[in-house]
Write a new protein. Structure first.
Length: 287
């Protein structure tokens, strides 16, 4: 079965209507119509033959097709049953050669099972639905799985948070989380007109590459908890925010002594190394 013309919103719309389907807003579905943009994004992934890549939200497969033509092994996570049906039909030949697999359901609930089943990817790719992008990325990091390279198209607002510099309004716990394991940089911005249906926001490509020399974080669970706590009330100082997790017998003055970090600062002023120092200090006082 042939797929519709991925560059034609009218043809895609007709295809969906003829098959009794419709775009579902709850899944954040949008098709990238710009062929040049699609190829540019795929190029950022630096595809290699026989590499395993996870694709999140393939839709009707406009990016999936490009990945398969690069001779990659694609594991696609899709929640929409209608799309799943047609992905099986469009890429039947690849599926029979075991170079294409579909994991049905919510990726937030299914990705860990694939790791347990030894379906280990080197790369992660996706035009991530806006309503799950940050949650999914954070989930993989906090569960200790780091891909060699990730290329995402996300809401521009999310992209800015991922790449923000220290002290900027967009600098957040999510910024620290992403940059603690990846080198993160922005790709091209994609105006809403590149998509159908047209979203209400602009999109941005983000490239995340696993750090060659990772930060040494001894207690990652505590580190992640700490950054969440210190950013919980952005207007408060780190001294005020940390009180909720300090042992009752440890004062803020005692805790910050010897860390070299000013307790009157706000979390947005701290570097990743500062957060690591504080998480190690916290580990020493709560044991």
């Amino acid at each position: 079965m042939e797929h519709p013309d991925y560059n034609s919103p009218q043809e895609i719309k007709s295809f969906l209507e003829e098959n009794g389907m419709a775009m579902q807003k709850k899944f954040g579905q949008n098709f990238l119509l710009n062929e040049k943009a699609r190829n540019n994004i795929i190029d950022l992934l630096e595809c290699k033959k026989n590499e395993t890549v996870w694709e999140v939200g393939p839709g009707l497969g406009c990016m999936t097709e490009l990945l398969l033509k690069k001779e990659m092994n694609v594991c696609a996570f899709e929640i929409d049953r209608g799309f799943i049906k047609f992905l099986h039909e469009f890429f039947k030949d690849y599926e029979e050669r075991n170079s294409f697999k579909i994991v049905e359901g919510d990726v937030l609930k299914t990705w860990k099972k694939e790791i347990e089943n030894k379906n280990i990817p080197s790369k992660l790719f996706g035009n991530l639905p806006y309503n799950i992008a940050a949650t999914f990325i954070a989930d993989t990091i906090t569960n200790g799985f780091c891909f060699e390279k990730c290329v995402f198209t996300v809401q521009k607002e999310v992209a800015k948070r991922m790449c923000s510099a220290i002290g900027k309004p967009d600098y957040s716990s999510f910024t620290v989380l992403c940059n603690s394991v990846y080198d993160v940089k922005l790709g091209n911005e994609l105006a809403a007109g590149n998509f159908w249906p047209k979203p209400n926001v602009a999109s941005q490509t983000v490239i995340m590459k696993k750090k060659e020399i990772p930060y040494e974080i001894k207690n990652k669970k505590l580190f992640y908890s700490l950054i969440h706590t210190l950013f919980s009330s952005r207007r408060k100082t780190i001294a005020n925010n940390i009180k909720s997790i300090l042992p009752p017998n440890i004062s803020c003055e005692t805790f910050f002594a010897g860390t070299g970090i000013d307790s009157t600062l706000r979390a947005e002023a701290l570097s990743i190394k500062d957060f690591i120092v504080l998480s190690e200090k916290l580990a020493s006082v709560i044991i």
